[in-house]
Design a protein around this ligand. Structure first.
Ligand SMILES: Cc1cc2nc3c(=O)[nH]c(=O)nc-3n(C[C@H](O)[C@H](O)[C@H](O)COP(=O)(O)OP(=O)(O)OC[C@H]3O[C@@H](n4cnc5c(N)ncnc54)[C@H](O)[C@@H]3O)c2cc1C
Length: 504
């Protein structure tokens, strides 16, 4: 909040600073010429004459003290209130990886042309999926758009310092992915690999023998083939990426508001105009009600609103009557939280996979990768539908590791017979119950509602592409780079799921 205030403050008063610095330059210049005997700088003289009036003007506009101590709270509070945007062009609900990428792209492209407000209820991002993610990036998908988005994700991360700034350290670890298949899944894995390589990914299919040669720690019993990513795959720090998007978005003029969206205000709009008479009315989205940190409720009017609220997107959409209205509005946004555990463990012998081991996924979906240089690994497995844990908390079930994750790990990596769980966390997938893929684009009923959510465990790598795609929709009126039409809400209306074969 403070950073935002300072940044916009500096933006708002450049003329004052310029005046001051022009004045001091003039002063130097006149002093030099005063060697030749000229009189006092006329600007200094004017400042002196205006005296207290100038001081009062200055105190009104500039902070009188360093804005660090308690005495500055009033100033900051006043500033926060004055800076509040009661209306905007684009309002983004949720400032996680997806929402912040959208804000970044919109402001990068439109700058002052669009007033963008991001409403984020938790500026610490404690429960945000982005910060609880494993940060993996792969092109090993079966759907063209998923492959394209992740290829762009890799390109964006490669150039991240030029795009987001040299202070953004995403620590991309380029050791690839290794997806394993039994005889039954081998054909599909090969087909996927062909498609991925045609689209620009680089991976190779390895037989069980070659897998054993390349990865001697592996038990290949029951494994027919593996697909090993050679380029543009690995993992990175999702928090650093989110921070980079947010920092740059704010610098370009986006306003982040620390508040929770608690409802919508609707506005009656005519359906169709025939001559002078309207053919009925419908209700359009007009404002959001937001609850500020101090409990006060305010409204923000918007031209366009975007739901990027992660696992809570279905709930937010419901506030906009998506799923509770009539006709198209009777169809809900099928996104809800699903809890996923990530366990951090150490191998108690020296035979564990080395630091350049790819993120490895066995045919059951159990995965592991190295984590940092401390000898740690992390891993997990999505539960079956019957095993889905409750989602009213983020507590970790350690018995799930013992009964479901560890047996698979130890089968694939015999050295993992002896491992010790050191730590664990849980996070929510923003799970699309319809087909486990992102839902991106305009809502078919409201002409000013856009959606960007439902990525179901592969969303952080897609944030650069999704932010850019939504900015194209809003600024250009169409997808310009990656055509995400098939990822729209319409597929839910017409009941045409888009199944991804490689879900983890
Ligand atoms: C354990 C785990 C592992 C994962 N691993 C990977 C991986 O390896 N690779 C990958 O690509 N993806 C992975 N993901 C998925 C990825 O993290 C998500 O797809 C992505 O972070 C979603 O970003 P988001 O911005 O939509 O959601 P979030 O980061 O959750 O952000 C949504 C924000 O909306 C805010 N919000 C919600 N409701 C409101 C409201 N009413 N008002 C205001 N603000 C609101 C929330 O506070 C939150 O900050 C993983 C996820 C988990 C949980």
């Amino acid at each position: 909040m403070f950073r935002v205030g300072r940044t916009s403050f500096q933006r708002n008063v450049p003329h004052i600073r310029r005046l001051a610095s022009d004045a001091s330059n003039q002063d130097n210049h006149i002093k030099k010429s005063s060697v030749t005997g000229s009189t006092e700088n006329p600007i200094s003289r004017t400042f002196k004459i205006l005296g207290n009036d100038m001081k009062r003007v200055k105190n009104f506009i500039l902070p009188s003290k360093k804005v660090t101590g308690e005495e500055d709270v009033d100033y900051l509070e006043r500033y926060r209130r004055e800076d509040f945007q009661s209306h905007c062009d684009v309002l983004i609900i949720g400032g996680g990886g997806v929402g912040s990428s959208i804000a970044y792209w919109l402001k990068k492209r439109a700058r002052k042309g669009l007033n963008v407000v991001v409403v984020e209820k938790d500026s610490t991002y404690q429960k945000a999926s982005t910060c609880l993610s494993v940060g993996g990036l792969r092109q090993q998908f079966s759907i063209v758009e998923n492959i394209q988005m992740s290829l762009y994700g890799a390109e964006f991360l490669r150039d991240v310092k030029q795009l987001l700034g040299s202070d953004v350290h995403v620590n991309f670890t380029p050791f690839g992915y290794l997806m394993l298949a039994t005889e039954e899944g081998a054909e599909q894995l090969q087909e996927n690999s062909k498609l991925q390589n045609v689209l620009g990914a680089k991976n190779e299919i390895l037989t069980a023998n070659r897998l054993k040669e390349r990865f001697p720690w592996m038990n290949t019993d029951g494994i027919a083939i593996g697909c090993h990513g050679l380029e543009k795959e690995g993992w990175f720090d999702p928090w650093a990426l989110l921070s980079g998007f947010k920092k740059r978005a704010i610098e370009y003029g986006a306003h982040y508001v620390n508040a929770e969206v608690v409802g919508f205000e609707f506005r009656k709009l005519p359906n169709v105009l025939v001559g002078n008479s309207s053919m009925g009315e419908h209700e359009g989205l007009d404002k959001v009600f937001i609850r500020m940190k101090d409990g006060e409720t305010r409204t923000v009017k918007f031209s366009i609103v975007i739901i990027a609220a992660g696992a809570e997107s279905g709930k937010v959409a419901k506030m906009a009557r998506v799923g509770t209205g009539k006709g198209v509005l009777s169809v809900p946004l099928p996104v809800e939280p699903r809890k996923r555990y990530v366990y951090v463990f150490q191998c108690e012998n020296d035979r564990g996979p080395g630091i350049n081991t790819p993120l490895t996924i066995d045919p059951t979906g159990t995965y592991f990768r190295r984590d940092g240089l401390g000898g740690n690994y992390l891993g997990g497995k999505s539960p079956s539908p019957e095993e889905e844990p409750v989602t009213d908390n983020l507590e970790v079930d350690y018995s799930y590791f013992d009964s479901k994750v560890w047996p698979d790990l130890a089968r694939l990596v015999p050295a993992f017979e002896a491992i010790k769980v050191k730590n664990a966390w849980a996070g929510f997938y923003e799970y699309n119950t319809f087909d486990e893929n992102g839902i991106v684009g305009p809502h078919p009923s409201y002409n000013n509602l856009y959606i960007a959510t439902g990525f179901s465990g592969h969303g952080i790598q897609q944030t650069p592409a999704v932010g850019r795609a939504i900015s194209e929709m809003i600024i250009d009126g169409e997808f310009r780079t990656i055509d995400l039409t098939r990822f729209g809400f319409d597929r839910i209306l017409v009941d045409q799921p888009l199944y991804e074969a490689n879900i983890v």
